[in-house]
Design a protein around this ligand. Sequence first.
Ligand code: NAP
Length: 238
Amino acid sequence: MTEFRKRAIVTGGSRGIGRACCLALGREGFYVTVNYNKSREAAELLAEEISGRAVKADVRDYDKVCELVKGAGGAGVLVVNAGISQIKLFTETEPEDWREIFSVNVDGAYNVCRHAVPYMVREHWGRIIIISSMWGVRGASCEVAYSASKAALIGMTKALAKELGPSGITVNCIAPGVIDTDMNSELDDKTLEELRYDTPVMRLGKPEDVAELCAFLASDRAEFITGQVISADGGFSV
Ligand code: NAP
């Protein structure tokens, strides 16, 4: 089995940002467990491409996530990426909408960290990279549940960084801007154009823009960086 430090688990690795993170980590020589929930074919093709493995687990399911982490033998690098969004007025956000967002974005992060951290503590080494969002920092109108869930991940990052630093584990958060993935396929052209205009570099982000930062945070070059929220947003949040 590949040594602990060169094993990575990426939740929601089948598409979008997670997929790009799997590719970037694969290029850096990691053996990547590509987690997926619905997109089996995409995950399996990707795993084949990077000589990793695809494993199904709904991140909402504590026991399935336990099997995912156990099956990998733990991993030195954990990318907490699986997430869903929702665009709704707050007054139309029903309890089940709120719970759905939190169960994937927040409970999912808890589940995978809860199972992966003991392996890292045992090895006295680990890199946890949590994908939040600039909306978790700034708040987005009509995305209250999503913004709140992504803000929760920022609190989680900072608290975990303090608790796990003495165990040789760094925990950082990436706050992407508007990235061109399926998640934004609901947005119409006019909205996308406005978002592009509000981005100082005048383009939407690519999944690779986030993945490069993820690969850096997973590397030895980032060993003194922890508890940070780092933007990859083309300057949107400035
Ligand atoms: P995406 O293209 O919609 O991909 C979402 C990924 O999450 C898929 O691989 C999906 O897997 C996985 N996923 C969803 N629910 C899951 C569950 N219950 N269990 C396991 N996996 C699950 O989205 P994306 O844009 O790449 O977003 C990835 C992360 O970046 C999310 O956390 C998102 O909030 C964050 N983000 C995105 C943007 C953006 O503009 N796109 C900006 C800031 C932050 P399956 O298809 O296999 O179900």
